[in-house]
Design a binder for this molecule. Structure first.
Ligand code: HEC
Length: 297
């Protein structure tokens, strides 16, 4: 009986492994490169991340002492593991693989994920890092600018990132831009897009964003990155017309009493009057007792 359950489990694991093998990594993810040059510091940071998050399964790098799982978590120093491109590693690390390789998209920052790759690559003597794309870097310069606009013809919201550092304006590609809508208590993230080689990114807006009484919404675009982010904002009639609701219109607890129904006010006043009458009655009785006492003595 137990044997049957075990073999069934193995069949499931093998089958899911087959599916995992056929799930291919998108070409642009494969070609993706680290946004910074791997250095001793990034390697050392990656070492710490590896020991805390990967060692339990992948073992010590170069020692082939990985956990006995099916499929095996390869030793990161092995040629089979190293033949992945940086982009493939980043993709697998972010999205997981098969049943057992976890996704780290929520637990490790992008920088930490690239740091681990820097660490793992330090065990490969034949590895040379592909050139870091200038675009990601140039956003950090002081001469980069972002424009945000709405094209009435194509009905598309666009953002354009350019850099005028070298004297001429040149578009920056591969810049990730996040789009937010301003709400009462902060910015609500809506979507994100990456600039093309013309430096332009187009956003797909949901059609049901509540706007003000004219349908206006305040859109905010922000480049992602750890420093010198660019932001740009735009008010456009792209929202759903919404009748503004005043907070005092509703019968909230802070609402003024003119909003209260008449019967509630009367009941309240009657209550107050009742309490007052009771207090008055007690005081009168006390005076009566005192008078009685005075007349006796
Ligand atoms: C719970 C165990 C476990 C943990 C923790 C884990 N892995 Fe894995 N990893 C696996 C398994 C199992 C595979 C093989 C998956 C497959 O081939 O379907 C794998 C595969 C991979 C691959 C693909 C290798 C290849 O060539 O197919 C990469 C890259 C990888 N892991 C990196 C990491 C990194 C980096 C960490 C730490 C941040 C990590 N893993 C943490 C179990 C784990």
């Amino acid at each position: 009986m137990r044997f049957n359950i075990l073999s069934a489990l193995f069949v499931v694991i093998f089958a899911s492994n087959l599916f995992a093998q056929t799930a291919t990594i998108p070409a642009d993810a494969k070609a993706r490169t680290a946004p910074f040059v791997f250095s001793t510091e990034s390697k050392d940071r990656g070492d710490k991340v590896y020991q805390a998050n990967c060692k339990s399964c992948h073992g010590d790098v170069g020692k082939a002492n990985y956990a006995k799982l099916v499929p095996i978590p390869k030793d990161p120093a092995s040629p089979e593991y190293q033949k992945n491109t940086d982009g493939e590693m980043f993709y697998i690390l972010s999205n997981g693989k098969g049943l057992l390789m976890p996704t780290f998209v929520n637990t490790l920052t992008e920088e930490q994920r690239w740091d681990v790759i820097a660490y793992v690559r330090s065990f490969n003597k034949d590895y040379t890092q592909p050139p870091v794309k200038a675009a990601g870097e140039s956003v950090k310069t002081e001469t980069a600018k972002m424009a945000l606009g709405y094209d009435l013809n194509s009905k598309k919201l666009w953002a354009m990132v350019t850099d005028s550092g070298s004297g001429t304006k040149k578009p920056l590609s591969d810049v990730t831009i996040k789009l937010f809508v301003k709400r009462t208590f902060g910015n609500l993230p809506i979507t994100q897009a990456v600039t093309s080689n013309l430096g332009v990114a187009y956003f797909d807006l949901p059609a049901d964003i509540p706007g003000d009484s004219l349908g206006n919404i305040l859109l905010i675009a922000r480049t992602t990155g750890s420093n010198n982010e660019l932001t740009s904002s735009l008010t456009e009639k792209l929202g759903v017309v919404t009748k503004p609701k005043l907070l005092l219109d509703q019968r909230a607890w802070w609402s003024v009493n003119k909003m209260a129904p008449i019967w509630l006010i009367l009941l309240y006043l009657a209550g107050i009057a009742g309490i007052g009458a009771t207090v008055l009655y007690i005081l009168l009785q006390l005076r009566k007792i005192k008078k009685l006492n005075d007349s006796k003595s």
